[in-house]
Design a protein around this ligand. Sequence first.
Ligand code: ADP
Ligand code: ASP
Ligand code: MG
Length: 409
Amino acid sequence: MALLVQKYGGTSVGSIARIEAVADKVIGYKDQGNDMVIVVSAMSGETNRLVGLAQEIDTKAKGRELDVLLTTGEQVTIALLAMAFEKRGYAARSYTGGQVRIVTDSAHNKARIKSIDSENIRTDLEAGRIVVVAGFQGVDEESNITTLGRGGSDTTGVALAAALKADECQIFTDVDGVYTTDPRVVADARRLKTITFEEMLEMASLGSKVLQIRAVEFAQKYQVPLRVLSSFEEGPGTLITSDYEAGDIMEQALISGIAFNRDEAQLTVNGVPDTPGIAYQILGPVSDANIEVDMILQNVGADGTTDFTFTVHRNDYDTALASLQKTAKTLGAREISGNNKIVKISIVGVGMRSHAGIASRMFEILSKEAINILMISTSEIKVSVVVDEKYLELGVRALHEGFDLKHEI
Ligand code: ADP
Ligand code: ASP
Ligand code: MG
């Protein structure tokens, strides 16, 4: 007998029939004697629909009221799933994040969980009830409703698993595990049996939305056994493990996966004087506007002036451009330009640590497809390139083929 926290994503609860199917699936585990805590997302498309409504009122809608609106999506699914359990003769209770008391900071739309009061849940489990919790939401110290950022139900699942010291946190979704790359882009992508936390963290932060990055961070920090599985078919899924456990398998693999991010935009400031403080003068106002900067490139030309390029989330492109245009005059820049039709493709793998030449192999594969690289960034276990968005599919497929990821080593 175990305590399992299972999270079902939007597609998995996307219709009444699917909610009923989730109820049957969970009951299968319950009947084996497990204590069950179920976290659900809103029905697929619902959060986007709500965002759309908010934007009809205000294209820049954000903050407290947006959170009040968005959390209604998950309130619908917890109630429906709990009803489905009750109908089947199983006692169940649904809870919003605030009712559990999942306490977060007050950073609306991207709040971080600070604490979880697991008392109510434990009482219910002891009484034999199935507990259903709304993903993606909490309340701050003043009981204002908050959300954890898109994809945040994964984090709710992992955080509850950590608080309850669950035996495993199982993320049920519309794919049967973590693949070498998004199976929607590469048909012969391969499911990984295991992936290290470190690699999963890189994959998630470089754009693989199969797990929210904070969920992976949380699981690593609190040593929560984490598995990604399919809601629709049986199978072992993918276990996210610590480096040590992954051991030999990972040592041989040069790269484990390819991630990509379509939400990128690039800004360039040309011909600014190459003086101390220039980076700060350019990026200070951008960061004051609460815009996160990702890759940064600076090169000094023969004439002694500097070209400065950086990338931001595509949603922040207009604001960042406006901020730069303001700064341009003070900086004496020759030209400001931008491109919001770019994407980032990354290869990830702990095997890179012990093998040289991975980056140049990547560049060779891309060059054979005549894909022009706009920016490059590397770290110990990843290489990222920025390319024109029209090359995304071609680039990912060529790399998958070139690094022979469809075959297990
Ligand atoms: P859910 O609604 O269940 O949270 P998501 O859409 O957030 O589901 O995440 C699952 C999706 O993640 C898959 O349908 C797949 O297209 C995408 N994905 C991206 N990269 C990967 C990957 N490396 N492995 C598996 N799925 C991936
Ligand atoms: N419903 C939220 C979203 O679409 C949270 C989640 O599904 O994880 O982002
Ligand atoms: Mg998700």
